[in-house]
Design a protein around this ligand. Structure first.
Ligand SMILES: *[C@@H]1O[C@H](CO)[C@@H](O)[C@H](O)[C@H]1NC(C)=O
Ligand SMILES: *[C@@H]1O[C@H](CO)[C@@H](O)[C@H](O)[C@H]1NC(C)=O
Ligand SMILES: *[C@@H]1O[C@H](CO)[C@@H](O)[C@H](O)[C@H]1NC(C)=O
Ligand SMILES: *[C@@H]1O[C@H](CO)[C@@H](O)[C@H](O)[C@H]1NC(C)=O
Ligand SMILES: *[C@@H]1O[C@H](CO)[C@@H](O)[C@H](O)[C@H]1NC(C)=O
Ligand SMILES: *[C@@H]1O[C@H](CO)[C@@H](O)[C@H](O)[C@H]1NC(C)=O
Ligand SMILES: *[C@@H]1O[C@H](CO)[C@@H](O)[C@H](O)[C@H]1NC(C)=O
Ligand SMILES: *[C@@H]1O[C@H](CO)[C@@H](O)[C@H](O)[C@H]1NC(C)=O
Ligand SMILES: *[C@@H]1O[C@H](CO)[C@@H](O)[C@H](O)[C@H]1NC(C)=O
Ligand SMILES: *[C@@H]1O[C@H](CO)[C@@H](O)[C@H](O)[C@H]1NC(C)=O
Ligand SMILES: *[C@@H]1O[C@H](CO)[C@@H](O)[C@H](O)[C@H]1NC(C)=O
Ligand SMILES: *[C@@H]1O[C@H](CO)[C@@H](O)[C@H](O)[C@H]1NC(C)=O
Length: 314
């Protein structure tokens, strides 16, 4: 379950320098989530931080320094992962403190029974989705202090992501000139596949996972065809007219019209590089939650220093 299309998520908002206004504010700037408040966004971030914290804490308990060395990783790798784990614990503590009695508690998770390599692959995705989650959530935050603190963490998330995909795994340090912003439901769709259940009294967050999207084969690369499997909230699609495969890379999605009945095939655009999300939209001009019908799915099109698609060495 830790393959290329494993759906996970994370986000990190540092908030120690900020405070939440007592009065709830409308954020009426987005079509998808007209009334999302700063506390909503912080609790969403805390949900993701809890997940990340549980992942790193559990993974480092499972895998010793000897296990990392045996799996072929450098002697420094596990220690740096301990530092990442410590960052996540700090974020959980700070967000919990800020939200007070409204703070959500951890859920239970299913991270599977992997090995050091699958732990590394999952951490790679966690950090990328975290950077995308924060990039997208900036549009919701009203409080400039929170935005600044979150921007500081976004940069650290991106550094962690670069370290994992390049220093640890031997691949590309970045994707394109821009990180890919994701919207709230899109992020939650990626996260919810490893969330088993959450405390019933947790503060409700105004996000809903989208129907899942599976791309087959999961190992396909740019220029190759994939088959898309998904339902909408109202069931299977029998007429795909008006639906698009939206490849989300940087700030400019690539939309490919779908056609067919039941099974849908598209060719991955050959120019795509690095981490790419794929959503089904009913718009060919926007790709936020208000037009997302299913997904996203997740790809890591690793490339070498000559910009050639190349499997990750580790
Ligand atoms: C939009 O939100 C602001 C607060 O951020 C509020 O003052 C304003 O009344 C809202 N506008 C509408 C039309 O809801
Ligand atoms: C957003 O809040 C406004 C003001 O409270 C309300 O009139 C409107 O119905 C809300 N919109 C949604 C989608 O909940
Ligand atoms: C750690 O091992 C336990 C027991 O096998 C497993 O349930 C859990 O998912 C593992 N966690 C990680 C992050 O590998
Ligand atoms: C936030 O984290 C920092 C660093 O660990 C800590 O010193 C501070 O007390 C925390 N703030 C809150 C409000 O928990
Ligand atoms: C780790 O698990 C993956 C997925 O099950 C498997 O392909 C890989 O061979 C395993 N690696 C080791 C070193 O056991
Ligand atoms: C939910 O219940 C737990 C345990 O009873 C409590 O610690 C927590 O504060 C409650 N959360 C909320 C949001 O009320
Ligand atoms: C990929 O799909 C296109 C049609 O969308 C088709 O023309 C092409 O032959 C397919 N390529 C492969 C390798 O299956
Ligand atoms: C779509 O819905 C049908 C039943 O309506 C179900 O059999 C199928 O497994 C669903 N597919 C997905 C990808 O959820
Ligand atoms: C897809 O198949 C269903 C039933 O088999 C049919 O009702 C529908 O018209 C078909 N749609 C298209 C676009 O051919
Ligand atoms: C599919 O939907 C489009 C747009 O609504 C419509 O023009 C077309 O006739 C439909 N095709 C079938 C087979 O129902
Ligand atoms: C487009 O998709 C969104 C999100 O699923 C949905 O709310 C909306 O009704 C859809 N619009 C059309 C015209 O189907
Ligand atoms: C890619 O670039 C490196 C260094 O610039 C060079 O050594 C290598 O041969 C190139 N590989 C390919 C496949 O062109």
């Amino acid at each position: 379950m830790f393959g290329k299309t494993l759906l996970l998520l994370t986000a990190c908002l540092a908030v120690q320098a900020a405070s939440i206004p007592a009065k709830r504010q409308n954020n009426n700037g987005t079509a998808a989530h007209p009334n999302v408040t700063d506390p909503d966004v912080l609790n969403f971030a805390l949900t993701l931080e809890h997940l990340e914290n549980a992942f790193y804490t559990g993974g480092l308990q499972n895998f010793s320094q000897a296990a990392f060395l045996k799996a072929g990783y450098a002697a420094s790798v596990r220690g740096y992962y301990q530092q990442i784990a410590s960052h996540e614990q700090t974020h959980v503590a700070n967000l919990t403190s800020l939200l007070g009695t409204q703070a959500v508690q951890p859920c239970t998770y299913n991270f599977g029974n992997g090995n050091v390599s699958t732990f590394v692959a999952t951490s790679d995705m966690l950090e990328v989705v975290g950077a995308s989650a924060y990039s997208g959530s900036a549009r919701y935050l009203q409080n400039k202090d929170l935005l600044t603190a979150a921007a500081a963490i976004l940069a650290t998330e991106a550094r962690q992501s670069s370290w994992i995909n390049s220093a640890v795994r031997g691949g590309n340090p970045w994707s394109t000139a821009y990180e890919t912003p994701l919207d709230l439901n899109q992020v939650f769709t990626l996260a919810s596949s490893v969330i088993v259940s959450c405390p019933s009294n947790n503060t409700a967050i105004p996000v809903t996972p989208n129907p899942p999207l599976t791309a087959t084969p999961a190992t396909a690369n740019p220029g190759q065809n994939i088959t898309l499997t998904f339902n909408t909230t109202s069931g299977p699609v029998t007429n795909a007219t008006g639906l698009y495969a939206a490849f989300l890379s940087g700030v400019t999605p690539t939309f490919l019209p779908l056609s067919g009945n039941g099974t849908f095939s598209v060719t991955i655009p050959s120019f795509l590089r690095g981490f790419v999300f794929l959503a089904i939209t009913n718009s060919s001009s926007a790709a936020d939650d208000s037009v997302t019908v299913a997904g996203p799915a997740f790809f890591n099109f690793a490339f070498n220093s000559n910009n050639t698609i190349t499997p990750l060495p580790r």
